[in-house]
Design a protein around this ligand. Structure first.
Ligand SMILES: Cc1cc2nc3c(=O)[nH]c(=O)nc-3n(C[C@H](O)[C@H](O)[C@H](O)COP(=O)(O)OP(=O)(O)OC[C@H]3O[C@@H](n4cnc5c(N)ncnc54)[C@H](O)[C@@H]3O)c2cc1C
Length: 438
């Protein structure tokens, strides 16, 4: 393969972030008279969507307790809504249901959504939530749910199709995407900046800037860029926690049942919103075996060939194997029992669904930062890092913001995600959710 000897902009990774950045950067360069998509080269070691973006459940929601996450997600939903067809985006909405301990968090999230103009409604009280859910699904029967945040924006998109949609948009702007080209290192210049990218096919000189959007390969790029493996974290109270690992890997547990997808419809026959249910009601299998009487949670959505979703992730102990991705999907062996019992707990239409669970590779690993929130920042004078801490399929708008930064603008939406926050203590507030991504 012949690769160019030089490119003004080199973007590593053809997932949701690399391709969104490439597309938006091409548009920025063109509209400002600074160049065009021909100045942008994307390097992908495998193929577009080969990483986490190609296996994501595809849920697009705004339900984040952290103000900065919520505001950024609103901007992302704007991009999803700009071309639902190309992105294979299903704007069906999203419903978060929680137990009493989550009421305050969801209420605060709802109030912020009202302020920023994100369309949602909040329902409080067990009876009221039950009535709301039964109007949607007459067989709704989940217990212990006292709060419901129903987002009327968001929904889900089909993972690989949306990546291909982005690829089409980037290529239509003249961006070149080279597949089968692995980045193996960076050649430093006289200052701290990078003067060339070293690949499996040779060296590419960098004219202007590099963007790395490596998804689960975050730690590998962090190492290549000689960034610290452990960091000190200043907490908002001023205490400093020393030597926190910068990267932790979690196994995302997901699965599906093979059913006629239209069996999961709303009362009027319409497409159902994505459901996220957390409750502390005891969870039993359909034949009465107690699985847990502690807080548990699942999410699920209608898919093309059934109903798909997941549950809380598990920390990966020790080293993680990434290639071929997804390599490590050794989910908890009790996951299918738990997830199917939880579906049945939610709606009687799912009673007896356990034999319909599809035994296939599902889920995968994600890389999480020291505080489980993204780092979007320059990590060298001319290298911008998009390390989304596994929040990011829904974050299709991050590329739009990064493109603006690359051409010299400030992004107030990305500012809260700068690396420096670990040193200054400007961390994001933590919610009562059992998930590392809420
Ligand atoms: C099972 C699972 C379910 C998820 N569900 C959701 C969800 O419902 N909603 C949501 O918002 N998020 C979800 N996520 C998180 C989301 O998928 C990721 O945060 C997001 O896709 C990361 O996008 P990315 O572009 O940074 O990385 P990726 O999509 O992983 O892309 C990185 C690319 O870089 C390439 N690459 C790696 N190393 C090199 C190299 N050396 N040289 C060249 N190329 C290289 C890879 O091949 C890959 O294509 C989920 C994640 C997992 C694992």
């Amino acid at each position: 393969m012949t690769i160019p000897a030089r490119s003004p902009y080199v973007i590593v990774g053809a997932g949701i972030h690399g391709l969104s950045t490439a597309w938006h950067l091409a548009k920025e360069l063109r509209s400002r008279g600074l160049g065009s998509g021909e100045d942008v080269l994307v390097l992908e070691k495998s193929e577009p969507g080969a990483g986490a973006s190609g296996i994501a459940c595809g849920v697009v929601r705004n339900n984040y307790f952290q103000p900065a996450m919520s505001e950024l997600m609103q901007a992302c939903v704007e991009v999803w809504e700009s071309d639902p067809e190309a992105f294979h985006y299903n704007p069906v909405g999203y419903v978060a249901l929680g137990a009493a301990r989550q009421e305050d968090d969801l209420t605060e999230t709802y109030e912020r959504q009202e302020r920023i103009g994100y369309r949602s409604e909040l329902i409080l009280g067990e009876r009221e939530v039950d009535a709301h859910m039964r109007a949607l699904f007459p067989d709704w029967r989940a217990k212990g749910v006292t709060v419901c945040l129903h987002e009327h924006q968001g929904g889900f998109a089909f993972n690989r199709d949306s990546v291909l949609g982005l690829l089409g948009k980037a290529e239509a702007e003249g961006v070149r995407v080279l597949t089968g080209v692995e980045v193996r290192g960076f050649e430093p210049g006289s200052d701290d900046s990078i003067q060339a990218v070293v690949t499996s096919e040779g060296r590419i000189e960098v004219g202007e800037q590099v963007v790395v959007a490596p998804g689960p390969w975050a730690r590998r790029f962090w190492t290549m860029l000689e960034l610290p493996q452990t960091i000190d974290v200043r907490t908002p109270s001023g205490d400093v926690v020393r030597d926190r690992p910068m990267w932790t890997y979690w196994n995302l547990q997901e699965g599906e049942i093979v059913v006629d997808p239209t069996m999961f419809a709303t009362a009027d026959g319409g497409p159902p919103p994505v459901i996220h249910l957390d409750t502390d009601a005891p969870l039993h299998t359909d034949d009465g075996r107690l699985l847990t009487d502690e807080l548990w949670g699942i999410y699920f959505k209608r898919d093309r060939h059934g109903v798909q979703g997941g549950a809380s992730p598990l920390v990966v102990d020790g080293d993680v194997e990434l290639d071929p991705y997804p390599q490590t999907t050794d989910v908890d062996p009790t996951f299918p029992d738990m997830w199917c019992a939880a579906l049945s707990h939610a709606m009687s239409r799912f009673e007896g669904c356990r034999p319909l669970y599809k035994t296939a590779r599902s889920g995968g690993v994600g890389a999480f930062t020291a505080d489980n929130f993204p780092v979007f920042d320059y990590v060298r004078p001319n290298v911008y890092g998009i390390f989304d801490s596994n929040h990011g399929y829904k974050m299709i708008g991050v590329g739009r913001e990064v493109a603006r930064v690359l051409v010299g603008e400030h992004s107030s939406l990305l500012h809260p995600f700068r690396f420096e926050r670990f040193e200054t203590g400007d961390l994001h507030p933590v919610s009562s959710s059992p998930y590392p991504w809420s």
